[in-house]
Design a protein around this ligand. Structure first.
Ligand code: DX5
Ligand code: ZN
Length: 222
């Protein structure tokens, strides 16, 4: 049976203990590491970028799932490819030539992802489904960790699942924001396969056990 893919969000980690916390998450079964890049313009917060990615690459080979919440994300495609980023996900709300950027991401050997804010319709990605390796649905308004899962996301996950299936797309369907042991089962049952979790992983005493608990919840609903 297919396992849920957990991508812990480093936004909620203790950067002073980054290596130790990342290793604990991976030991607990985390498959990807989610890196939230924010520019203080697309979202009202600033985080990190290339220096953190470079630091991670010094001690782990785990796939880096980079979520760009920045205007004109295309300016980072070449640099992030060179740094060894695995998944490059951006918001179509933040730029103009979405199809061109998806193609450029793939050409550079990364997986191409699009992310939608809660208020953004699935229609924004419909025309480019064949060019997507990942669709990320925001279940909170992006910018901060620790917010609550917006219940309307569950119906949107179902509709996104149907959209991908209709197109025969193998793209991952990822959910980000407010994912906890209470909410993950519902998102999984609706058809998501990849889950970002910040607080629910790095806010816990035992980071590895927290990852395993999220995965277990999905298996209980399988
Ligand atoms: C929010 C970020 C998320 C965030 C999730 O803008 O995109 O990845 O870290 O944090 P939690 O899991 O605490 O909601
Ligand atoms: Zn994110």
């Amino acid at each position: 049976m297919k396992l849920a893919r957990i991508a812990p969000s480093l936004l909620s980690s203790d950067l002073g203990r980054l290596r130790e916390q990342v290793e604990a998450a991976l030991a607990g079964g985390a498959e990807w590491l989610h890196v939230d890049v924010m520019d203080g313009r697309f979202v009202p917060n600033l985080t990190f970028g290339a220096p953190l990615i470079r630091a991670l690459r010094r001690f782990t080979d785990a796939p880096l799932d980079v979520h760009l919440m920045v205007v004109e994300p295309e300016q980072y495609i070449a640099e992030y490819a060179d740094l060894g980023v695995s998944v490059f996900t951006f918001h179509p709300e933040a730029t103009v030539h979405v199809q061109r950027h998806l193609a450029a991401i793939r050409e550079r050997g990364m997986r191409a992802g699009l992310s939608l804010n809660p208020a953004s319709p699935l229609a924004l990605v419909e025309e480019v489904v064949p060019e997507l390796d990942l669709l990320l649905l925001m279940s909170v308004n992006p910018g901060f960790g620790g917010q609550s899962y917006l219940p309307a996301t569950t119906g949107k996950i179902r509709r996104a699942r149907a959209l991908l299936d209709r197109a025969g797309s193998p793209a991952a369907l990822e959910v980000d924001g407010g994912i906890t042991v209470e909410t993950i089962g519902e998102a999984w049952a609706a058809g998501a396969d990849t889950f970002v979790a910040g607080t629910a992983v790095f806010g816990q005493q035992d980071i590895g056990a927290a990852v395993a608990a999220l995965q277990r919840r999905c298996m209980e609903r399988a």
